[in-house]
Design a protein around this ligand. Structure first.
Ligand SMILES: Nc1ncnc2c1ncn2[C@@H]1O[C@H](COP(=O)(O)OP(=O)(O)OP(=O)(O)O)[C@@H](O)[C@H]1O
Ligand SMILES: [Mg+2]
Length: 450
C-alpha cells in the first residue's frame, strides 16, 4: 500500500493536471488519512470539476478532519442547500457543528440523519453524541481540543445543584385564594396531616399547571409554596435539561428528579414548560420526542417514587403544551393565574408598601379600584416608581414626606397594564380552540359569553 501511494505521488508530481490520477491519488490519501497531503489534490479536483458536489462534500469532510470547522460547515451546507441528500453529508455536518459547540445545529443534523438514514452508522459520530457520562475535570465540552483525540469530549456529569430554600411564603402573595387552597390540598395539608391523608389513600404531592399573562405571580407562588412548608425548591428551565448529546438530556432530567426525590418535601418548578413540554413543530429549538417521553416517565414515577414532590409547571402559552402533560397524575390540573381582582390588588399594594413610610389615611382601596387589569408585577412597579419619585422630591425640598394616596394615583396614570397584549392572543385561543372548555376561565375573566 505504501508503494501504491508512492507511485501515485510520483505520477501526480509528473502530471498534476491529470484528473484521473488526481482521483486515484486523492482516494489513496483519504484511505490513509493523509489529510494535509490530500488537501491540494482535492483543491485541484474541485477546480477541474466545479459542478461535482461530491468533491465539495469531500472538502467538507477533509476540513472536518483538519479541524477547519467553519470552513467545512460552509462546504457541506452548500451541498445540502442544493439538495444533496447523503448520510455522510449529514454525518459530517453534525460532527462539525458538534465540534463547534453549536448544539442546536448539531442536534438538527444528527436527528435528520437518524430519521432519514436509520441504518447509517458512524462510530465516531455515535461517540460524540452518545458518550456515556464520564467524569472529566471541569466542563468537558469546553475542553474539546483539536488534538484529534476524543477523550476530552465526554460529557460532564452534571449534578443538579439548584436547590433553594425560599424565604417567601403565602403571606407574601396577595390574592390567589383558590390557587393557594388547591396547593394546600396537594401538599401542605397532606404533610401536616399525614395519617389522615394516608387513611383516605391520598399521596403527598401531585402536579398543577399554572398559566396566564406575565407578571401575575406564577413563579412567585411556586417559590412561596416551598417557603410555606419549608420544602426544597428546584426551578428548572430548558437550558438545565437540554444537551446536544443524545441521551444526555434525559440523563440531566433524571438527575433533577432524583435530587428532588432525595430532598422531599420538594417543589419541583418547571418554568416555561412550553419550551420543555411543547407540542411545537419547531423541534430544532425545543425538546425532542424522546426527551418528552422521558419527562413523562419521570412524572409518572417510573424510575422512583414521586411521593412528597409537588410539580408546578408555568407557562404563558398553555396552547403549546403537549396534551400528554395535562393528564391526571402529571400536571393534571391547569389553573388560570389571572391578574388580581380589586381585593387582591389592595392586598398586593399593601404587601409591597409594608414597612415603608406611608401617610396615615392611605386609601389603598381607591388605588386598587384605579388599577384594573394591573398585574402583580405592575403593582409592584407602581409602588417602586412612586417611592422613587418621593425620594427625588425629598432630595429637592429637603422635607421628609410619607407616600400618599395622591402620589400613587398620579403614578397609576403613567403605567400601562402589561397583560393587555397577552389577552389579545389568549382571547383567540379561548374562543376558537376551547376544547373541553379548557379556557373557560379566560372567557370568564374577559366577560365573554360562550
Ligand atoms: N399576587 C402577588 N402578590 C405579591 N406580589 C406579586 C404577586 N404577583 C406578582 N407579584 C410581584 O410581581 C413579581 C413578578 O411576578 P412573577 O415573576 O411571579 O410573575 P410570573 O407570572 O411568573 O410572570 P412570567 O409569566 O413572566 O414568568 C413578583 O416577583 C412579585 O414581586
Ligand atoms: Mg415566571
Amino acid at each position: 500500500m505504501a508503494n501504491e501511494l508512492e507511485e501515485l505521488r510520483n505520477a501526480f508530481n509528473l502530471s498534476p493536471d491529470n484528473v484521473f490520477i488526481q482521483k486515484m491519488y486523492f482516494n489513496k490519501l483519504k484511505e490513509a488519512n493523509q489529510w494535509a497531503e490530500a488537501k491540494p489534490v482535492l483543491q485541484r479536483l474541485l477546480k477541474a470539476e466545479p459542478h461535482e458536489d461530491g468533491w465539495k462534500a469531500e472538502m467538507g469532510r477533509l476540513l472536518y478532519e483538519m479541524r477547519s470547522l467553519s470552513e467545512g460547515i460552509l462546504f457541506l451546507e452548500d451541498v445540502i442547500g442544493k439538495g444533496g441528500r447523503r448520510p455522510e453529508y449529514y454525518c459530517f455536518l453534525a460532527k462539525l457543528y458538534a465540534r463547534e459547540h453549536s448544539v442546536d445545529n448539531a442536534n438538527f443534523y444528527f436527528n435528520k440523519l437518524k430519521r432519514e438514514f436509520p441504518e447509517y452508522e458512524d462510530s465516531e459520530l455515535d461517540d460524540l453524541f452518545r458518550q456515556p457520562v464520564r467524569q472529566t475535570t471541569g466542563y468537558g465540552r469546553d475542553e474539546m481540543e483539536d488534538d484529534g483525540a476524543f477523550e476530552a469530549q465526554s460529557v460532564r456529569s452534571r449534578k443538579f445543584e439548584k436547590m433553594e430554600k425560599p424565604d417567601v411564603s403565602f403571606k407574601d402573595v396577595g390574592g390567589m385564594e383558590q390557587l393557594k387552597e388547591e396547593i394546600a390540598m396537594k401538599i401542605i395539608n397532606p404533610i401536616k396531616n399525614a395519617d389522615l391523608f394516608k387513611e383516605y389513600g391520598q399521596t403527598i404531592g401531585g402536579g398543577l399547571l399554572l398559566y396566564g399573562p406575565p407578571g401575575c405571580g406564577k413563579t412567585f407562588i411556586a417559590k412561596a409554596t416551598a417557603g410555606e412548608i419549608d420544602a426544597a425548591f428546584f426551578s428548572v428551565g430548558l437550558t438545565d435539561v437540554l444537551d446536544m448529546y443524545v441521551g444526555q438530556s434525559e440523563h440531566n432530567l433524571k438527575d433533577i428528579f432524583d435530587e428532588a426525590r432525595a430532598n422531599t418535601p420538594a417543589v419541583l418548578f418547571f418554568d416555561e414548560l412550553d419550551a420543555l413540554g411543547g407540542n411545537r413543530t419547531d423541534r430544532k429549538n425545543s425538546a425532542s420526542r424522546e426527551l418528552i417521553n422521558a419527562f413523562l416517565q419521570e412524572l409518572d414515577g417510573v424510575s422512583g417514587s414521586n411521593d412528597g414532590i409537588l410539580f408546578l409547571g408555568a407557562t404563558n402559552t398553555p396552547w403549546y403544551i403537549d396534551t400528554a402533560f395535562k393528564r391526571p397524575g402529571r400536571f393534571g390540573q391547569a389553573v388560570f393565574v389571572a391578574p388580581p381582582d380589586v381585593v387582591a390588588r389592595e392586598e398586593i399594594l399593601s404587601i409591597h408598601l409594608k414597612g415603608k413610610p406611608v401617610e396615615e389615611q392611605l386609601d389603598l382601596k381607591k388605588v386598587a379600584e384605579k388599577t384594573v387589569n394591573f398585574t402583580g408585577a405592575d403593582l409592584k412597579s407602581l409602588v417602586d416608581l412612586t417611592i422613587q419619585d418621593k425620594l427625588k422630591e425629598i432630595m429637592r425640598t429637603g422635607k421628609r414626606e410619607p407616600v400618599s394616596t395622591k402620589d400613587l394615583l398620579k403614578k397609576c396614570a403613567e403605567i400601562h397594564p402589561s397583560s393587555n397584549e397577552w389577552f389579545e392572543t389568549a382571547k383567540n385561543y379561548a374562543i376558537y380552540s376551547n376544547q373541553h372548555g379548557q379556557y373557560d376561565d379566560i372567557l370568564k375573566y374577559l366577560k365573554i359569553k360562550k
